[in-house]
Design a protein around this ligand. Structure first.
Ligand code: PXG
Length: 290
């Protein structure tokens, strides 16, 4: 059965959810988006996603035609209309229809779309065996260009890295920033554990400040684990006791090999298992009701 899609103030069947080929989201990747998840009838950290959505729009000088509360209600209503309680939600604001030039001033009205659909989960086995990933030559966008903190419709930087990983036969890529410090993966943030300390790249290094990342930092602090948001090179990956990734789709997923080198003892570690358990409890209670 087809989905009901929110498109510019209306809920329409997916066959009717059409956007112009003159939309600058299509012509130039000019726009922003969010990937959100609902668990058991609650949209996880919806307020944080909406805040980031509005910050992304502000950063590209786009004024959204809806208030934050209206966008929250659009997200909830899209879930309700599709009868979904556990789902993946894709909220998109593109610059809107304009002419063939790149001037956004020719696009008077942003196009707002929201999709709620079933989620493609990683196999549960991966949470026990761990992933093998590589660092790739493609560097993360420099903050002075398109700042990675903006969740923009320009994902080519990450897609290039993903292609490099796929060619090498692994599911994910570690991207370094321009200075060679570890930044993040193509759609996930990265954490390491060394001597009981949890470390993750700081936002100024040029990363998307993940909602899952921030939740994991809070959970770790609650457990009394020391957390450092800092800069580190690949050396710290290779010498880490544990490594894992965080993201809306992945939740927390362990990494046991990087560039064919074994991380720690080659198995997901105790800090990972503790935080995954805490996270899976958190999603049951921390969210806005559909
Ligand atoms: N870094 C990047 C570059 C991302 O795109 C994250 C980190 C994790 O952020 P959250 O807020 O989700 O914890 C993302 C997440 C998907 C998918 O379907 C995920 C993202 C983008 C596109 C698709 O897994 N972004």
């Amino acid at each position: 059965m087809g989905l009901i899609i929110y498109l510019n103030g209306e809920f329409v069947p997916e066959e009717e959810a059409k956007v112009s080929v003159f939309d600058h989201g299509y012509l130039y990747g000019d726009g922003v988006f969010e990937g959100i998840r609902a668990y058991h009838g609650k949209v996880f950290r919806l307020k944080e996603h909406i805040d980031r959505f509005f910050d992304s729009a502000k950063a590209i000088n786009m004024t959204l035609p809806l208030s934050k509360q209206e966008v929250i209600d659009v997200v909830r209503e899209t879930c309700r209309r599709n009868g979904l309680t556990d789902c993946y939600i894709r909220l998109i604001a593109s610059r809107g229809k304009g002419d063939l030039g790149l001037d956004p001033a020719k696009c008077p009205v942003p196009t707002i779309v929201n999709i709620a659909s079933s989620i493609a989960l990683y196999p549960e086995e991966l949470y026990h065996t761990g992933m093998s990933i590589i660092t790739v030559p493609t560097r993360r966008n420099i903050p002075e260009g398109v700042n990675p903190r903006i969740k923009s419709l320009n994902y080519l930087n990450n897609i290039m890295a993903k292609i490099e990983a796929s060619i090498a036969g692994v599911p994910e890529a570690v991207m370094l920033n321009q200075e060679g410090y570890v930044a993040e993966c193509t759609g996930d943030n990265i954490f390491i554990v060394k001597d009981g300390v949890l470390k993750t790249p700081a936002p100024y290094l040029g990363i998307l400040e993940g909602v899952t990342r921030n939740a994991v930092i809070e959970l770790a602090l609650k457990r009394g684990i020391k957390v450092l948001e800092t800069a580190f090179p690949r050396y710290d990956l290779f010498t880490a006791d544990e490594c894992f990734l965080t993201g809306t789709a992945a939740e927390l997923i362990p990494v046991v090999k990087i560039d064919n080198r074994v991380i720690g003892d080659g198995k997901p570690g105790p800090v990972f298992y503790q935080l995954l358990e805490d996270f899976r409890e958190l999603v049951k209670v921390d969210g806005i009701d559909i």
